[in-house]
Ligand binder design. Structure first.
Ligand code: HEM
Length: 178
């Protein structure tokens, strides 16, 4: 994961739990907490911080990762407003993530670790995002989708019908826009 992701995690923990707790998580995981935004750091370091946050707060890991995705979305928006087109709907935006946004992100940051999304788009008010990544961060995807829905002021229901954590090859994130 890029340093920017660690910095966003630090911001979230400090904002929600305070600087003392962030310092405690760093001590517990042996992390120095110094991140260069464009540099790549081991995924395990991020996992260790999330697990330490879970142990400290009692909040389930999945809920923490989802909350982190939701927190990240407005920060991504602030940093890259050009990825958002005037008048776009939530569904139109989500359809650009794999072939436009993440493609641009990869050009800007070679070596970035991004997931693959395939889409099933058969009905106006529905969309299935099929998520695949060796990092199995489907809960982060759920949180990012939730953050995007808030941004677009859109209500939706999500059915995470099959999941890599249950041995599936990919996760199916089926959205119904309500
Ligand atoms: C709802 C929309 C989005 C979804 C569902 C999504 C999904 C994800 C997921 C799940 C990851 C974690 C890596 C993995 O799973 O292998 C990720 C990483 C990332 N995404 Fe997206 N993303 C979205 C929007 C965006 C936007 C708007 C940006 C930037 C403008 C962005 C830039 C990135 C970056 C920089 C990473 C980190 C890669 C790294 O640290 O190596 N994503 N995305």
């Amino acid at each position: 994961m890029k340093g920017i992701v660690f910095t966003m995690l630090a911001d979230m923990v400090i904002e929600k739990f305070g600087l003392d707790v962030w310092d405690e998580l760093l001590t517990k995981t042996g992390d120095d907490g110094i991140y260069v935004s464009t540099e790549t750091y081991p995924d395990e370091a991020l996992t260790a911080l999330v697990v330490a946050a879970h142990e400290k707060s009692g909040i389930p890991v999945n809920d923490l990762v989802r909350a982190f995705g939701e927190y990240m979305f407005p920060l991504f928006y602030k940093k890259n407003p050009s990825f958002f087109l005037e008048g776009q709907t939530l569904k139109e935006f989500l359809l650009t993530v794999d072939q436009v946004i993440h493609v641009e992100v990869r050009k800007l940051h070679p070596g970035v670790n991004l997931p693959e999304f395939n889409y099933v788009d058969e009905k106006d008010s529905e969309l299935t995002m099929i998520y695949a990544s060796p990092r199995k961060l489907c809960m982060l995807a759920e949180g990012l989708i939730s953050g995007a829905a808030k941004h677009f002021n859109t209500e939706y229901k999500l059915d995470h019908s099959s999941c890599m954590h249950d041995g599936a090859e990919s996760c199916e994130l089926h959205l119904t826009i309500t």
